[in-house]
Write a protein that binds this ligand. Structure first.
Ligand code: DGJ
Length: 768
């Protein structure tokens, strides 16, 4: 099938689903309250979603006070004025009011949203509500300092269909003197007063990104953060909080949020002396300072928050649906992600035109749709010591430039993609030799190299403009359909000595914004190109980069067993469609583990599928199986990429810091600690689903527990069919069962051996 046909057929399926879902939505919306209301008499701003509400009010001093975030409450409770803001009555010496966007000043000691110094040296904020504006689903509240010409515009966007609220702030200097910003977060989220709180978050390292963790919060602060100048492998800017012990995958109330920022960030969960929890987050204040000149504004990134009464699964599905509809760049958001072949693990830096064409032919034959040449095609890039910064094709590897390879790939009917690492230089490069001052550095200090590379300072407009021009030329001169933007180190020695001293610390924000700006410009000029975000694997995965790139290379670790853990965590925050996974060779590069091709495929098919093995060495049996899997993936692709994900049995590796656990320590909780994991993807109209199941190892001849599906129509009848390329190890026959039976009794799969797995398709049968 040609890519265009593929887009059409998938779009048709999608269109049917969208119509079905819209119908549902419309029914709900007809009887719904407006998304944003102002109750004049009570002075309450109310954001109402399908199942949740967010409310604000003012106090006698005119400050903006948080009123409610949680399940929907009857309108009468707001209208009667009976819902007063809760105050902290036990905290001696602490202002008892829970301010919605606290500026640091007077008797406030908790994490503020904002800290500013005025030109006369005053470092104290007194913000009062001055105006508000409602525009459909958007609410803007304007706060003004009581004395100084400083205006804060708080922007809210209600997303009633997803039970989410987007928050950001615009800080304005309306006077004639500069104002120094020392902290400028996006939001402080106040939680209801419950017994005790657990925070769920994503931590990790290179090769082990997005590992799910939980910690019980107690009085004090628990902070996840990045000081890297990038999102980081160590923590991801997503959180969920729930009352301790009361929420699971399918049940319980969960409040959650995800910050859209790809520079340094922090999310601080703080429980005060009265037991109240607030979660503050945004651009990291560490080494941050911003000079707001007269007339200038500073806009904070969007921090989206949500409430789910359906546990972590519900929270994830809300975020996934939101990303597909609102975050991912259009028009690609609605298009299917093509199956990638990436030659990095097969050929690393040792590439030539003919060898890549050979790989491309094999890839095409197997069913691949997008051929990507990774690192090593440019400059003197024969290893990782040279070439970064010189973005012209290697004269030895591509004497005629990229065109012969691009034409061959297009001639085969595939799209063509290329890898770049635009923020980097090797000291051994023409660019660095010409502009050694273009990298972040301090005088009198060595320049720390990582992977033999330094980082260009995009805070400098000339440097950002140069790279933007280079990428533009690359896309203009070559018929490139896809770019993988990598970042294999983060910032050290953050010097920007050319800038006036008062502005030098702006580099953290300016660099990240310049990356966004370059992507925005290139997307506008080359709108067909698909982009992948990568930072040595999943070091730059967040809702900011996902507004500009279509997918993420989630990890360099392609061991399917590890990958299941990484993918599981990733899906708590991000849509499966954005997660790229390749099937690579045995043994994998990190654990040296051998796993069956089937297991590797099933794992990689749960997101955007890719192949990354050395196809020139694959056996005819491996080729035959691969063809089958790629054809199968094309059929289930709409489900995986657009469907609703149910983590039926998760690896569940919750590690609680402070409880004697750490990396490599056995899991403490979760349903899938027996090494039996299952996920299903259900179409929005609930007529079809696909189930993936994985067994690490059979033990003691035990039968596996039934897998109870979720999200189907109880009354419908479904044809259930295990699909596989061969007759070996049949996990299940074909059967027809009601939605109720599938969800209550479940499916009994017969998986045996080590690294056993199954793919089961579920399709509603027409009513007789
Ligand atoms: C790190 C990426 O994660 C890999 O996929 C690959 O692109 C290498 N960089 C190339 O240097």
């Amino acid at each position: 099938m040609k890519h265009r046909d593929l887009v059409h057929s998938t779009s048709a399926t999608l269109a049917r689903w969208v119509v079905a879902s819209l119908g549902l939505l419309l029914c709900c919306r007809l009887s719904a309250q407006p998304a944003v209301q102002f109750l004049e008499k009570q002075k309450v701003w109310l954001l109402t979603a399908a199942h949740s509400q967010y409310a604000l009010t003012t106090n006698r001093e005119g400050e903006l006070v948080h009123l409610w975030w949680g399940p929907r409450l009857p309108a009468a409770d707001f209208e009667s004025g009976a819902l007063a803001p809760v105050a902290n009555r036990t905290g001696w010496g602490e202002n008892p009011q829970y301010l919605e966007f606290p500026g640091w000043g007077e008797w406030r000691y908790l994490e503020p949203a904002l800290k500013a110094s005025f030109a006369d040296g005053v470092r104290d904020l007194r913000l009062r509500v001055a105006a508000h504006q409602i525009d459909g689903e958007r609410l803007t509240l304007t706060l003004k300092d009581a004395h100084y010409p400083f205006v804060v515009e708080l922007r809210y966007r209600a997303l009633p269909q997803f039970d989410l609220v987007e928050r950001s702030a615009v800080l304005k200097n309306t006077g004639g003197q500069p104002i120094k910003l020392e902290q400028a977060l996006s939001a402080v989220w106040h939680l209801p007063h419950l017994q005790s709180w657990t925070m769920t978050y994503l931590a990790g390292k290179w090769g082990a990104e997005t590992q799910l963790r939980q910690v019980n919060l107690d009085q004090g602060k628990f902070q996840i953060e990045s000081r890297h100048g990038a999102t980081s492998h160590q923590f991801n800017p997503w959180f969920a909080v729930s009352e301790a012990g009361r929420a699971g995958e399918d049940h319980g109330e969960v409040w959650f949020g995800a910050l859209g920022w790809s520079g340094s960030w922090k999310i601080a969960a703080e429980v005060n002396a009265a037991g109240r929890l607030q979660v503050a987050g945004g651009i990291h204040d560490f080494d941050f300072a911003w000079q707001l000149k007269p007339g200038e504004s500073f806009e904070t990134p969007v921090f989206v928050g949500g409430f789910s009464a359906e546990g972590f699964g519900g929270a994830s599905r809300q975020l996934h649906a939101y990303q597909l509809a609102e975050v991912l760049p259009k028009p690609q958001a609605a298009q299917p992600r093509p199956i990638i072949y990436n030659s990095w693990y097969a050929t690393t830096f040792n590439i030539s035109v003919n060898q890549q064409i050979e790989l491309a032919k094999k890839a095409k034959d197997l069913g691949v749709e997008l051929f990507v040449i990774d690192d090593g095609w440019f400059g003197k890039r024969d290893n990782d010591r040279a070439g970064l910064g010189d973005w012209t094709p290697s004269k030895t590897k591509f004497p005629q430039g990229l065109k012969p390879l691009i034409e061959a790939v297009h001639g085969l009917g595939m799209q063509f993609g290329v890898w770049v690492e635009p923020e980097m230089v090797n000291p051994d490069s023409d660019l660095y030799r010409a502009h050694p001052d273009w990298v972040f550095h301090f005088p009198n200090r060595p320049r720390t190299e990582q992977r033999h590379q330094l980082m260009l300072n995009f805070a400098r407009p000339d440097v950002a403009a140069h790279i933007s021009g280079v990428l533009d030329a690359l896309l203009t001169e070559n018929a490139i359909d896809f770019i993988k933007w990598d970042m294999n180190r983060h910032i050290t020695e953050p010097g920007w000595m050319e800038a006036p001293p008062a502005q030098q610390q702006e580099m953290w924000v300016r660099h990240a914004r310049a990356v966004y700006d370059i992507l925005d410009r290139l997307r506008a000029k080359h709108p067909r190109v698909l982009w992948e975000s990568c930072s040595g694997g999943g070091g730059r995965a967040d809702l900011g980069i996902l507004r500009r790139t279509d997918q993420v290379w989630t990890s360099d670790n392609t061991d399917p067993l590890d990958r299941l853990l990484i993918q599981d965590g990733y899906t708590y925050a991000y849509a499966p469609k954005t997660q790229v996974a390749w099937v690579t060779d045995n043994p994998d590069g990190i654990n040296r583990r051998d796993t069956p091709l089937r297991f590797r495929f099933h794992c990689a098919m749960m997101g955007t599928l890719g192949v990354g093995g050395n196809l020139l060495k694959w056996s005819s049996e491996e080729e035959a199986q691969t063809k089958w899997f790629l054809a199968e993936y094309k059929q289930i692709r709409p489900l995986v990429q657009e469907g609703r994900l149910y983590r039926l049995r998760s690896p569940g590796r919750f590690v609680v810091p402070g409880a004697g656990s750490g990396f490599g320590v056995p899991p403490l909780g979760g349903s899938g600690n027996d090494g039996f994991w299952a996920y299903s993807y259900v179409s929005p109209d609930r007529s079809s689903a696909v189930l993936f199941a994985f067994l690490r190892s059979s033990e003691l001849g035990n039968d596996l527990p039934a897998i109870r599906l979720r999200g189907l129509k109880p009354e419908a009848r479904y044809r259930v069919e295990a699909r596989q390329p061969d007759k070996a190890n049949p996990p299940l026959g074909t059967q027809t069962l009601s939605g109720t039976a599938l969800m209550e009794r479940g499916l009994a799969l017969r998986l045996r051996g080590d690294y056993a797995s199954a793919l089961v398709r579920v399709q509603e049968e027409p009513m007789r």
